[in-house]
Ligand binder design. Structure first.
Ligand SMILES: [Zn+2]
Length: 348
């Protein structure tokens, strides 16, 4: 966090401006986003992708203490359409992807706070049921640090010398390794990752795939979340928004809905853009496919009474690296006010 921002936010909070922002924006809907939980040191590797249960518990406790009202995404949608009465400071809690750790580490925290959470499920990873290659590999390379790796006799597509301290060489290694792991036959992803762990001077024990830290939840765990009041929604089949390719989007959504049907889930009616990527055509396409809302990773308070805006809903992406001051500024609506003033200043 830059020092000027910390100074402004700190002074604003001390002067009661966060509380004033909460009062002025008490009718506006907020959406909050997390991903997986941390079963080991994943929150240090990628703090926006994995957080500890304690982190989530602190955030939810702060929200509860400051009078926020947890609402379901369906209720929030009705509010945004202008059709429903709203409680004070309505907020929707969402989780992206479908990590095993979301259910295992964060699920109990959500249950304690009685929040009707949303899981945006990426159905291809769910279906495959093996560690996610790109995240597992990124973790391995992070864990290995700066070192030179020699691969010989592993696979002609991968063999060679890579200097992980050199960004282009590291990028090349990651791309080749991810491709190689992705090409593994069913049941072989873990074996290939363990082999690469050894080549990087790590051990399968330190990679610890057995803990399922880089795996998705399974069908039973998904149903257990539903039984706790979670709703399961769309996050793409391939975890990619095919901008400029309406046919690919239609096919991707169909594949998501087929997996939902196979799990006896109701059809998904809300979408979350994978990696936040979206385009101007999304509103019409989502409407055509019966998708009522779509969320981005751009922070802000949700706009009111605008059908188009329902497919570009702002959402605050929280993580272990976000200072409490920034989190409170965003959730209070103060940060949105600052952005509004900045836009006004640029126009003037
Ligand atoms: Zn995602």
């Amino acid at each position: 966090m830059n020092p000027a921002k910390r100074l402004v936010y700190g002074a604003a909070r001390a002067l009661g401006l966060f509380a004033l922002a909460r009062h002025l924006t008490r009718h506006r809907v907020r959406i909050l986003c997390f991903h997986g939980g941390s079963l080991g040191d994943e929150h240090r590797f990628n703090p926006l992708l994995f957080c500890t249960g304690e982190h989530l518990a602190r955030r939810l406790a702060w929200m509860d203490a400051h009078g926020f009202s947890w609402v379901s995404l369906d209720s929030a949608t009705d509010m945004l359409k202008g059709a429903a009465a709203r409680p004070r400071l309505p907020v929707v809690l969402t989780f992206d992807d479908g990590w095993y750790s979301t259910a295992q580490v964060l699920g109990p925290v959500v249950a304690r706070h009685q929040v009707p959470a949303v899981l945006y499920l990426c159905t291809s990873h769910f279906q495959r049921g093996e560690p996610v290659p790109d995240v597992s590999m990124a973790y391995l390379v992070w864990q290995a640090g700066a070192r030179v790796v020699h691969l010989d006799g592993v696979d002609p597509a991968l063999d060679g010398r890579y200097d992980l301290a050199d960004p282009p060489s590291r990028k090349d290694f990651l791309a080749r390794a991810i491709r190689w792991v992705r090409e593994a036959g069913a049941g072989d992803v873990s074996a290939r990752l363990d082999l690469l762990a050894g080549a990087l001077g790590q051990s399968p024990r330190s990679l610890d795939l057995a803990s399922r830290r880089f795996s998705y939840l399974d069908g039973h765990e998904l149903q257990a979340l539903r039984a706790q009041g979670w709703s399961i929604e769309l996050h793409g089949h391939e975890h990619r928004y095919p901008a400029g390719d309406p046919a690919a989007l239609a096919q991707d959504l169909q594949r998501c809905q087929a997996v939902f049907a196979s799990q006896s889930l109701p059809p998904g009616r809300h979408y979350c853009y994978p990696s936040g990527n979206h385009d101007a055509a999304a509103h019409e396409l989502m409407t055509q496919h019966g998708v009522e809302t779509a969320t981005t990773c751009l922070p802000g308070l949700c706009p009111e009474g605008d059908a188009r805006a329902l497919h570009y809903l702002p959402r605050f992406l929280d993580g272990a690296n976000i200072p409490p001051l920034v989190f409170e500024a965003e959730m209070s609506g103060f940060a949105d006010g600052v952005r509004w003033l900045a836009r006004l200043g640029r126009r003037g």
